[in-house]
Design a protein around this ligand. Structure first.
Ligand code: ATP
Length: 236
């Protein structure tokens, strides 16, 4: 298996608070890997360290064998790693179409942009119906679709999603997870951070449990879902 992403003993801090205390993990090409753990465990910070939004103090990050440690955030997107941020962060005053165009910030070829937008609309017909609507007036689920669509405009090899299910009704969460599975079936590698551990582990090939900035458990989705510790702490 080709390691598409590899983190070796990553440490990161916010001021005096050490959020990551030596995280090592890898994601193979074509996998869905999930990071689970409680609030404040360091899941988001792990994603942000990969995408260049949080400085890495110690350790290294490799993408397809090359170091990308502390690379600028816009460069990771160009290299093929897109992130769907926690809380979606769509641009509320911009239309659906404009939000998607922002996602394709580095793409100059208009035809390519159009082709990618069409593809996004195939995944999310709802976005097509609302193409001129302002992002801020859409429902939580639609905004999540838009946030994913925006990330897809870079046609990433690796898609990182930070709590896509947050605040959404179960039926919408179901739809979002279906799309994640479909993207993966079509070859996209997925790194998924979720509070909703049960659903995340159900679709994941492998997972890591993060606790106060450290990985305390790893295994296949099935191993973790049947693990007593995981069940008691995260699936109760
Ligand atoms: P959540 O689900 O709440 O986002 P998480 O597992 O993603 O949890 P992180 O957001 O990575 O956790 O936070 C890890 C630690 O870093 C926590 O102690 C948190 O309080 C701290 N932290 C996160 N962001 C900041 C920030 N911008 N400034 C200061 N401390 C932060």
């Amino acid at each position: 298996m080709e390691k598409i992403l590899e983190l070796k003993s990553i440490e990161a801090s916010y001021g005096g608070i050490q959020a990551l205390k030596g995280i090592s993990l890898h994601v193979d090409k074509g996998e869905i890997v999930t990071l689970i753990g409680s609030n404040g465990a360091g899941k988001s910070t792990t994603l942000k360290s990969i995408s260049g939004q949080v400085p890495v103090k110690n350790g290294s990050i490799f993408y397809k064998g090359n170091t990308i440690t502390n690379i600028a955030a816009h460069k990771t997107a160009v290299l093929g790693i897109s992130q769907v941020p926690e809380g979606r962060r769509i641009f509320p005053k911009l239309s659906v179409k404009e939000n998607l165009l922002v996602g394709a910030f580095s793409v100059k070829d208009k035809h390519l942009i159009e082709t990618r937008m069409k593809k996004v609309f195939e995944y999310f017909p709802r976005l097509h119906e609302r193409v001129e609507q302002k992002g801020g007036t859409m429902s939580g689920g639609e905004q999540q679709m838009l946030a994913i669509g925006r990330a897809l405009m870079m046609q990433p090899e690796v898609l990182m999603l930070d709590e896509p299910s947050m605040g959404l009704a179960p039926i919408i969460v179901e739809q979002i997870f279906e799309i994640i599975k479909e993207l993966n079936r079509e070859g996209m590698t997925i790194l998924l951070v979720e509070q909703n551990a049960f659903q995340a582990l159900q679709i994941a090939n492998r997972g890591y449990v993060i606790q106060t900035g450290q990985i305390v458990l790893e295994g296949t989705g099935e191993e973790l879902i049947t693990n007593k510790q995981v069940q008691e702490a995260y699936l109760a």
